[in-house]
Ligand binder design. Structure first.
Ligand SMILES: [Zn+2]
Length: 48
């Protein structure tokens, strides 16, 4: 039980910022198509 608890505690949330390369709109990290301009050119940044 102790090992399991420590594994759960170590599940740190990872900050991911996703942005449309075409229009610069910030979108959800799991979004693959920009809702603003329809571009599929989404770039993601992982922030520690
Ligand atoms: Zn866009």
């Amino acid at each position: 039980m102790g090992l399991f608890a420590s594994l759960v505690t170590r599940a740190e949330p990872e900050t991911v910022v996703a942005e449309c390369r075409r229009c610069g709109t910030t979108v959800d990290a799991d979004t693959s198509v920009c809702a603003t301009c329809g571009s599929e050119d989404i770039v993601r940044y992982d922030i520690d």
